[in-house]
Design a protein around this ligand. Structure first.
Ligand SMILES: CC(C)(COP(=O)(O)OP(=O)(O)OC[C@H]1O[C@@H](n2cnc3c(N)ncnc32)[C@H](O)[C@@H]1OP(=O)(O)O)[C@@H](O)C(=O)NCCC(=O)NCCS
Length: 239
């Protein structure tokens, strides 16, 4: 999964345990669009506002590095399902996820679809919720795991499904049971309505923290190189 830094990666996964203080937020604002600032202001809870701003700040920094456009000048549009893309261009593709203290962004070229999800590994998932997103085979697989491994495996399954539905652009409007996972040589393998589609690749990414990160990629030409790194914010503080 990990490549050396001087090897070009078609898929750039960047994770950030962002600082949670007001001062940083002020600096991030300078990279955001007026629409994003309005959205940030509408959040009721400071924690959600910070998380949203950190996500958009990181996304803009990475898209800027890929396109050469300054972060604030990047124009993002969302389709009717809420999936964001770059106005007027198909590449790079990207996806973004936030989860309590961590932002995960993937920026990619050379694949058809990409989606990322990030969840707290200790997120509690109730039995009823498991029934709502797991197939009967997945339920059986979870049930056969040692009890101490089950909660994390349930979160991983959820993150894999959400990354897939984000790659499709439908999000949770689609029944998460429409894609089901099994394991082959320790890697997740997806089936849609019971059929395996060999264009799809799924990976769980090592986050180095209490977060589960899942990636879904659709590519006709095999799995492109994936480079995962932690974001180091080297931008200068504002005056
Ligand atoms: C996509 C979705 C699964 C995200 O779940 P979540 O747990 O709330 O949030 P995550 O942190 O995982 O991801 C958030 C990011 O997903 C992206 N996103 C939103 N809708 C998306 C979609 N349909 N497809 C792919 N990505 C989407 C955005 O980049 C968002 O980041 P932002 O908050 O900075 O805009 C969920 O919002 C959903 O199901 N949306 C579609 C249905 C819907 O309710 N749409 C209403 C808006 S039109």
């Amino acid at each position: 999964m990990q490549q050396s830094d001087n090897q070009p990666a078609a898929i750039d996964v960047v994770l950030w345990q962002y600082p949670q203080n007001e001062g940083e937020g002020k600096r991030w604002r300078q990279s955001l669009s007026s629409h994003e600032l309005e959205r940030a202001a509408a959040y009721r809870f400071e924690r959600d506002r910070t998380s949203f701003m950190a996500g958009r700040y990181l996304l803009r920094r990475l898209l800027s590095a890929h396109t050469g456009t300054p972060p604030r000048e990047i124009v993002l549009v969302a389709d009717e399902q809420g999936k964001p893309s770059l106005e007027g261009r198909d590449t790079p593709q990207f996806s973004l996820a936030n989860a309590d203290g961590m932002v995960a962004v993937v920026v990619a070229s050379g694949c058809e679809r990409i989606g990322i999800d990030c969840e707290r590994a200790d997120a509690e998932i109730e039995e009823a919720a498991l029934d709502a997103y797991c197939s009967s085979d997945e339920r059986r697989w979870l049930g056969e795991l040692p009890a101490q491994e089950r909660p994390r495996a349930a979160v991983q399954l959820w993150a894999l499904k959400e990354s897939h539905l984000k790659a499709l652009g439908v999000g949770l409007r689609e029944d998460p049971r429409s894609v089901s996972f099994s394991w082959e040589n320790g890697l997740p393998i997806a089936a849609h309505d019971g059929e395996r589609d060999r264009r799809w690749f799924h990976r769980l990414i090592e986050s180095g923290s209490q977060h589960v990160v899942a990636l879904a990629i659709s590519s006709r030409s095999g799995l492109p190189g994936i480079h995962t790194r932690m974001f180091q914010d080297d931008s200068m503080p504002s005056e």
